[in-house]
Design a protein around this ligand. Structure first.
Ligand code: NAD
Length: 312
C-alpha cells in the first residue's frame, strides 16, 4: 500500500477492530501483542471477520477481504512494530498501571511526527503521559464498540498535547471513515459515557421506583429516543421541535425544570436488590445461553443501520 503504516499495540477485541478499519482505508497495519499466541489468533480472527463483512456486503473500501487481510502483519517486537509508523493506536487492557508501563515503552520509540493515541475508555491521558519525553505527541482516541459499525471516536488531548497532533488525529479519523469529536478539555468519562451514565441513572431510578418494567424501559430507547438519535442529536431535536432552540426553551424550559427537579441526585446507588430484579427480567428476555447469538444479532442490525447512514 502507498499509504503510511499504522501500529496497533494490543490485539484483543479493540485492536482487531482498529486494524480492520485501517486496512479498509488502504493502510498497512502492524499488530503487536505481549502474548505471542494472541497475535496469531488475532490475525486469523481478523481474516475471518473481513471475509464475513465481505459476505454480508458491509466490507469497507475498494479492496477485497483477501487483499485487506494481506495489509495486516503481526509483530513480536514493539520497536519493529512502531518503526516508520505514522500513527500508533494503543489497545491494551484498561488499567492505569498498564497504560503507564506501555506508554513508557512507546515513548522510547516515538519519533518527532508520530501520533500515539490510546483507546482508553475512561482514563485521561494526562494520568499516564505527564513524565514522558514525547507527551506532546500523545492523546486519547476512544472508539465505541463495535467500532466497525459505530464510527464515533472521542479525541481527548491532554493539556500538553500539541494542537497539530490533535488536528492530525481528527483528520485521520475522518479519512478512514470514522466520526471524530474533539473534547476541548479532559473531563471524567469523556462525552459518550457522561451522557450514557445520565441515561442509565434515570433508567435505574424509574425501575427502582416501580414505574416501568425493564423491558418497557429499554423500549423507550429503541422504539422512541434511540430511533430519533440515530439521525439527529438532542440539541437539534429541540431546535426542530419548536421554532428554533430559543423558542423551544421559551415554551418548554419551565416544564423541563420542574421534571428535572425530581431527579435522584447523583451518585446514584446501583443497589444489589435492584440489580437482581433487572437481571431476572432480562434473563427472561435473553436467556444466558443466548447472549452470544444476541450479540451477533445486535452487530448485524448495527451493520444494517451503518449501511443506511453511509448512503445518506
Ligand atoms: P482485550 O482484553 O480484548 O485486549 C487487550 C489485549 O492487550 C490482549 O490481547 C492482551 O494480550 C494485550 N496486552 C496486555 N498487555 C499488553 C502489553 N503490555 N503490551 C501489548 N499488549 C498487551 O481488551 P479490549 O476490549 O480490546 O480493550 C482495549 C482498550 O480499549 C482498553 O483500554 C479499553 O478500555 C478500550 N475500549 C474497549 C471497548 C470495549 O467495548 N471492549 C470499547 C472502547 C474502548
Amino acid at each position: 500500500s502507498e499509504k503510511g503504516k499504522i501500529a496497533i499495540i494490543g490485539s484483543g477485541l479493540i485492536g482487531q477492530s482498529w486494524a480492520a478499519i485501517f486496512v479498509g482505508a488502504g493502510y498497512n497495519v502492524t499488530v503487536y501483542d505481549i502474548d505471542d499466541k494472541q497475535i496469531e489468533k488475532a490475525l486469523a480472527n481478523m481474516t475471518k471477520s473481513l471475509k464475513s463483512y465481505e459476505t454480508q456486503g458491509c466490507l469497507r473500501g475498494n479492496l477485497s477481504a483477501e487483499e485487506q487481510s494481506k495489509l495486516i502483519t503481526g509483530s513480536h517486537d514493539i520497536k519493529a512494530c512502531m518503526e516508520n509508523a505514522i500513527y500508533v493506536q494503543e489497545c491494551v487492557p484498561e488499567s492505569i498501571e498498564m497504560k503507564k508501563s506501555v506508554f513508557g515503552e512507546l515513548d522510547k520509540y516515538c519519533t518527532k511526527d508520530m501520533v500515539i493515541a490510546s483507546s482508553s475508555s475512561c482514563i485521561n491521558s494526562s494520568q499516564f503521559t505527564e513524565n514522558l519525553n514525547h507527551k506532546t505527541n500523545m492523546l486519547i482516541a476512544h472508539p465505541v464498540n463495535p467500532p466497525y459499525f459505530l464510527p464515533l471516536v472521542e479525541i481527548i488531548p491532554a493539556p500538553w498535547t500539541a494542537t497539530e497532533i490533535t488536528n492530525r488525529t481528527r483528520q485521520l479519523m475522518e479519512e478512514i471513515g470514522q466520526a471524530p469529536i474533539t473534547l476541548k478539555k479532559e473531563v471524567p468519562g469523556f462525552a459518550l459515557n457522561r451522557i450514557q451514565y445520565a441515561v442509565i441513572n434515570e433508567c435505574w431510578s424509574l425501575y427502582k421506583n416501580g414505574v416501568l418494567s425493564a423491558e418497557d424501559i429499554d423500549k423507550v430507547m429503541y422504539e422512541g429516543l434511540g430511533r430519533r438519535y440515530a439521525f439527529i442529536g438532542p440539541l437539534e431535536t429541540m431546535h426542530l421541535n419548536a421554532d428554533g432552540i430559543k423558542d423551544y426553551c421559551k415554551k418548554y424550559a419551565e416544564g423541563m425544570q420542574k421534571v428535572s427537579s425530581t431527579f435522584t441526585p447523583p451518585p446514584i446507588e446501583y443497589d444489589a436488590a435492584t440489580a437482581d430484579n433487572i437481571q431476572e427480567e432480562l434473563t427472561n428476555i435473553v436467556p444466558a445461553d443466548q447472549t452470544q447469538t444476541r450479540k451477533e444479532w445486535r452487530d448485524e442490525r448495527l451493520a444494517q443501520l451503518d449501511k443506511l447512514k453511509r448512503n445518506k
